[in-house]
Design a protein around this ligand. Structure first.
Ligand SMILES: CCCCCCCCCCCC(=O)SCCNC(=O)CCNC(=O)[C@H](O)C(C)(C)COP(=O)(O)OP(=O)(O)OC[C@H]1O[C@@H](n2cnc3c(N)ncnc32)[C@H](O)[C@@H]1OP(=O)(O)O
Length: 216
């Protein structure tokens, strides 16, 4: 992996616990154990149903009982950032995080990252199309990765602009690409494109700024 000019300044750390202003979190492909992927998948199904089910009212009462029971089961294990397998399970869609889109990386090299996946029912905005707010989430995450792959691992988004070119369908395999367009000291300029086959759905560009060692 190559590093952009000046990136080495960012990797001063305090005994390996922090890098730049960021805590260093390790990937956790095994931490969740054999059931974590199935758990996250079931939770995504639940999110789909929570925004789409229209049962008799008493069914919601029974569902609420079970949801409260499940929360009570897991609450004693709530852990600080960086300890849960969620967001660190790189072998799972969305790294096992319910916040992240359930997409998988398909390519990662300096200067270019690609991913593929679907927007689900719980991403519905209106009239069958994805909510506009979830596209910046997709772009921001992949922009973080392409900046990381470029050798600027402790950068944050200063701005991110999305151009919506066509409505984004749900439940259809789509692809996204992010590239580094230029780098200037702490600044990395990136852009991305979301595709439905050969149809451009959206493009975006952003400025990622490498954090100073004291910045959160
Ligand atoms: C494998 C798994 C990996 C996984 C990797 C996953 C990584 C996760 C990363 C996800 C990314 C995020 O979502 S991060 C979350 C969203 N973003 C944030 O919360 C950022 C909040 N903002 C900030 O913290 C700050 O504003 C910073 C750090 C971005 C910049 O502050 P600063 O450090 O004081 O920078 P400053 O000196 O003002 O500016 C530095 C240079 O950038 C320019 N600059 C700064 N902001 C802007 C701007 N909005 N528009 C234009 N230019 C700007 C300045 O003009 C200057 O240029 P010049 O004079 O030098 O030429």
């Amino acid at each position: 992996m190559t590093r952009a000019t000046g990136a080495d300044d960012a990797v001063r750390d305090d005994g390996g616990k922090r890098r730049g202003g960021f805590p260093m979190f390790s990937a956790a492909s095994e931490d969740g154990g054999p059931h974590f992927g199935r758990f996250v998948s079931a939770m995504r199904d639940l999110q789909d149903l929570a925004v789409s089910a229209a049962p008799d009212p008493e069914v919601f009462g029974a569902a609420a009982d079970k949801a409260e029971e499940l929360a009570a089961m897991l609450r004693p294990y709530a852990a600080e950032e960086g300890r849960s397998p969620a967001n660190r399970s790189i072998g799972l869609p969305g790294r096992g995080s319910l916040l992240m889109l359930p997409w998988m990386l398909t390519g990662l090299e300096p200067g270019r990252v690609t991913a593929a996946g679907v927007f689900r029912r719980y991403h519905l905005g209106g009239n069958g199309a994805a909510h506009g707010g979830v596209l910046p989430l997709l772009f921001d995450d992949i922009f973080g990765m392409v900046t990381h792959a470029q050798g600027q691992p402790v950068s944050r988004t200063a701005y991110l602009t999305v151009n919506y070119r066509n409505v984004t369908p749900l439940e259809k395999e789509l692809t996204v690409e992010a590239t580094v367009d230029s780098a200037d000291g702490r600044k990395t300029y990136v852009s991305g494109r979301l595709w439905d086959g050969g149809t451009l759905l959206a493009d975006a560009d952003a400025l990622m700024v490498r954090l100073q060692p004291w910045q959160p």
